[in-house]
Write a protein that binds this ligand. Sequence first.
Ligand code: ATP
Ligand code: MG
Length: 233
Amino acid sequence: MALVELRDVVKRYELGGETLTVLKGVDFTIEAGEFVAVMGPSGSGKSTMLNMIGLLDEPSEGTVLLRGEDVTTLSDRERTKARQGAIGFIFQDFYLIPSLTATENVELPTLFGGAGNKKGREKAIELLTDFGLGDRLDHLPKELSGGQQQRVAIARSLVNEPQVLLADEPTGNLDQKTGKEILDRLREICDSGVGIIAVTHDPNVAAYADRRVNIVDGVIDGDDALAREDHDA
Ligand SMILES: Nc1ncnc2c1ncn2[C@@H]1O[C@H](COP(=O)(O)OP(=O)(O)OP(=O)(O)O)[C@@H](O)[C@H]1O
Ligand SMILES: [Mg+2]
């Protein structure tokens, strides 16, 4: 069964009496253990599609299925619960909470729904250490570099062990070496059975993917399996 499936998803915005159709009937599936790169020009609908997959926004028409369950008919509360249990996000702008330390930011998603416990903090510290931030645990976001903040955001996306990981330009602020380390790590996570969808303009990211989906003007124009390059070379 697909982890997530979009069936003929249409997204429209009403603006000043005009209707803007941003997604024009998108069909898409991702399976466990797949790494999909989503590419396409600015304004083509990539982030909008990611928001649909991540249950952050509702389609105007069409169906979104999470592990076979139609989530378009759920209440807001049920949808939020489904999202928290299954989906991790790495946002382009990080959205770290300025008043919380690195550890507290990463721990935060484990506190929702009453699951907060020692384990959440341990997991947060383990992830941050893994990402080379073991000596930055108590720093606030403003005390971290852009690339370090990005790694905190990635750690936070993983703390609840999601089945689907969504990333908008996950390596946008990283130097080549750190970027490669993060991609290697994402690849490992993916190989452990997580489905990853990364929106990117970076050919290095696309080189890590199993599939590349191209979006042009709200429609999928190309969905191709890729031969993966040898990254250890
Ligand atoms: N809330 C909104 N109201 C009206 N129009 C919107 C809204 N959100 C997005 N759009 C429009 O939808 C289109 C697609 O936006 P989207 O953010 O999905 O593009 P994108 O492919 O992610 O682009 P980029 O590569 O620049 O991030 C854009 O033309 C944008 O102006
Ligand atoms: Mg975008």
